[in-house]
Design a protein around this ligand. Structure first.
Ligand code: KMH
Ligand code: ZN
Length: 275
């Protein structure tokens, strides 16, 4: 089978990164849209979206998501993948709000874990409910797996009929409390995937670029951006997620992969056209 074009995802702001850590973090709808456009130009087909209040605090407020999505769509064609993870400590109802915006894609966090010194809770009933709402609205889930057990959980939920297979998985590697970022771990996870499913890798911190490169060489897709890593190289801040996307695009080409356009990514991710 020919290797598919590489889908590059830009996680442009997240819930945890702060302006104190990097002045390049986009916060308002206009800033998020300007950053999304630069990422799209650099090769991103997917924008993984969180939103913030004007003071920078994370929120899952539906109206702020609506505003950001509109602003992004006015500037470029990208798949907007809204977060249902939000920030640790948020309730399920809070976290689910962006699903009311009918994004093309949303994250579905597959299991709980220690998240640094916090706990990121994703109990089965919550995962089932989020998956049900996504199915009802035709929103394609990206299955966020932070540990090997989360992949097994997705397979169990597929057996229950909660998750449709084949699916698109994202291995988030290097969270303190989750599976470490290494080639051995990535190969172990890939071997667990059901036939026809695709995967992306989001390496955390200094692992972002090397794990992305590994994934692209193994036929997977890759995520980068200030949500997970703020540095372009040791001690050098990225001037935005777009600089990291440009690096991933170079890596994809060096690995003999084309960079997927949003249209190609929609086809690969089984995203149906919508009004
Ligand atoms: N902020 C993390 C606790 C997601 O977007 O779905 C969870 C997160 C995952 O960012
Ligand atoms: Zn996120």
């Amino acid at each position: 089978m020919p290797v598919p074009p590489a889908i590059l995802t830009a996680a442009v702001c997240g819930a945890e990164t702060t302006r104190a850590q990097t002045p390049y973090l986009p916060i308002t709808a206009d800033e998020l849209a300007a950053e999304a456009e630069k990422c799209a130009r650099a090769g991103a087909a997917v924008i993984h979206l969180h939103v913030r209040r004007d003071d920078g605090t994370p929120t899952q407020d539906g109206a702020l998501f609506e505003k950001a999505i509109r602003a992004i769509r006015a500037r470029c064609d990208v798949i907007v993948q809204t977060s249902t993870g939000g920030a640790v400590g948020m309730t399920a109802d809070e976290r689910a709000q962006p699903l009311d915006c009918n994004p093309e894609m949303a994250t579905l966090n597959a299991g709980s874990l220690n998240f640094g010194d916090d706990v990121f809770l994703n109990p089965f009933p919550m995962v089932r409910e989020f998956a049900r709402r996504m199915r009802e609205r035709g929103i394609v889930p990206e299955l966020e797996c932070y540990d090997a057990g989360h992949v097994e959980s997705c397979l169990a939920l597929a057996n229950e009929g909660v998750i449709e297979l084949p699916a698109h998985f994202d291995f988030v590697l290097g969270v303190r409390g989750g599976l470490g970022a290494s080639e051995e771990n990535l190969r172990f996870l890939v071997a667990k995937l059901p036939a026809g499913s695709s995967f992306s890798v989001a390496g955390i911190g200094r692992h972002q670029l090397p794990m992305a490169e590994m994934s692209l060489r193994l036929g997977g897709h890759a995520r980068c951006g200030l949500e997970d890593n703020i540095y372009l190289s040791k001690g050098v801040l990225a001037k935005g997620s777009f600089e990291l996307v440009a690096r991933l695009a170079e890596m994809a080409r060096a690995a003999g992969r084309a960079v997927a356009t949003p249209a190609q990514a929609r086809e690969l991710l089984r995203i149906r056209a919508r009004a």
